[in-house]
Design a protein around this ligand. Structure first.
Ligand SMILES: [Fe+2]
Ligand SMILES: [Fe+2]
Length: 293
């Protein structure tokens, strides 16, 4: 079977909420089409984005601070929305690529979970989701893996590294969320994600990697690590709403929010995930290629 060139489903068009298919989808998933927020509600405040440590942010007028938080909240939700929506074609590709009944079944359940995650999060979108996948480098990395990856390299990058990292990321979103319904939604999503990640780890531990797969694993993992390191959307959002920062202000901002420490934490997390499936050599290879710098 040709396991390559599967397009992602992140930008699949949405039907109207009144379309019969949409109504059946909600009934089948047992998720109501309801909004669970009040106007202009902030789900994650300045502390979540470490902006409470920034002198620059704190000196901005309150209305601009509010706009920045709203924009960041919307980006955080949009990112989760697209990652969950990505699960549609990912699951489809993996069902076809799986051999055992159990593996095929697990991927069908996996897809169904990701659909429910997306639908649960949609209830908190205060405006239409960002209409492209270029606002966060992670989304292009997902597209690349699904489109070009062989089976083991995408299980490794998506289920071991990305979903493993996602547990940490969603855990943070849950902990600091100010909306009780959304907090519970993330708690429910996390229970499923633990299983998705666990399944990836189990599958990887059984696979022997050939030379070509190892090469692809190194390539994709490098793309993911770079995407995680390059994700400076807090700074970009601040720039968008405040009229821009000088180089000096940008440097000070990164010091204030302890940017090097944030990056260090992300890198350590990724290294732990890679080591979990016994790929010690991979960490070393990535270090030699200066991927973690
Ligand atoms: Fe999910
Ligand atoms: Fe998942």
């Amino acid at each position: 079977m040709n396991f390559e060139h599967i397009p992602n489903s992140m930008l699949a068009p949405n039907l109207a909420s009144t379309d019969p298919l949409s109504l059946i989808m909600h009934k089948s998933a047992e998720i109501k089409q309801e909004k669970l927020f009040h106007t202009d509600e902030i789900y994650w405040n300045a502390e979540h984005y470490k902006l409470d440590h920034s002198h620059y942010f704190k000196a901005l007028p309150p209305s601009i601070q509010q706009d920045i938080l709203k924009s960041l909240n919307h980006k955080s939700l949009s990112l989760s929305y697209y990652i969950e929506k990505f699960g549609l074609n990912y699951g489809a590709k993996m069902v076809l690529g799986a051999e055992s009944t159990e593996e095929k079944s697990l991927y069908a359940l996996f897809s169904s979970d990701e659909v429910k995650h997306r639908m649960s999060l949609e209830r908190f979108l205060q405006s239409d989701v960002i209409p492209n996948i270029d606002f966060h480098p992670m989304l292009r990395a997902l597209d690349l893996c699904l489109n070009e990856g062989g089976k083991s390299s995408i299980i490794f990058t998506i289920q071991v590294v990305l979903e493993g990292f996602g547990l940490f990321h969603y855990g943070n979103l849950k902990e600091s969320c100010q909306n009780e319904h959304l907090k519970n939604t993330f708690a429910a999503i996390l229970k499923d994600e633990v299983l998705h990640h666990g399944m990836g780890v189990t599958l990887m531990q059984r696979m022997a990697l050939d030379k070509e797969t190892k090469k692809q694993v190194v390539e994709f993992t490098s793309v993911f690590v770079r995407a995680l390191i390059q994700a400076e959307w807090v700074l970009h959002t601040l720039k968008e709403h405040s009229g821009g920062l000088t180089q000096e202000q940008e440097k000070k901002f990164k010091q204030d929010i302890n940017w090097p420490q944030q990056i260090h934490l992300r890198i350590e997390k990724i290294k732990t995930l890679i080591a979990k499936v016994g790929f010690q050599g991979l960490v070393q290879e990535l270090e030699e290629k200066n991927i973690f710098k």
